[in-house]
Design a protein around this ligand. Structure first.
Ligand SMILES: [Zn+2]
Length: 134
């Protein structure tokens, strides 16, 4: 399977991120891409696809240049986009009765990967709030 909800899915040439979205296409890390090829991919794989599709959907109202520009230039914009995408991700995990590693994600979100767009404690609080709201 090379598409998800009508969007192309590719194996990422980089091994940095589990998933990413670029120009309307989804890129998955090799191991996750391989799981996606299974008839019944794991909920974590589907949750990552939902995360990325949320970025793509939201970016369509901004355009292919403005969205990444805003994303990388504004901490607030980046944080809001990530929280929306993480919420979509969490929904899949919750539906399947899985846990979400809030502390781990809060650490990640408050790190250089996301250019320190939020402090750890605030991230943990926000993620807990989202998790409990769905
Ligand atoms: Zn994201």
């Amino acid at each position: 399977m090379n598409s998800y909800k009508g969007l192309q899915v590719h194996m990422s040439p980089l091994n940095l991120f589990r998933g990413s979205a670029f120009l309307g296409k989804i890129y998955l890390r090799r191991d996750i891409y391989q799981d996606f090829q299974n008839p019944n991919p794991k909920p974590i794989t589907i949750s990552l696809l939902e995360h990325e599709i949320t970025h793509i959907k939201r970016s369509s109202s901004y355009g292919n240049i403005k969205y990444p520009l805003n994303y990388w230039c504004s901490n607030t914009f980046r944080l809001n986009e990530e929280l929306a995408a993480i919420k979509a991700e969490m929904k899949v995990r919750k539906i399947h009765g899985e846990k979400f590693e809030i502390e781990k994600r809060a650490k990640y979100l408050s790190s250089y990967y996301y250019l320190w767009c939020i402090k750890f404690n605030t991230a943990k609080k926000e993620l807990t709030k989202i998790w409990n709201s769905i």
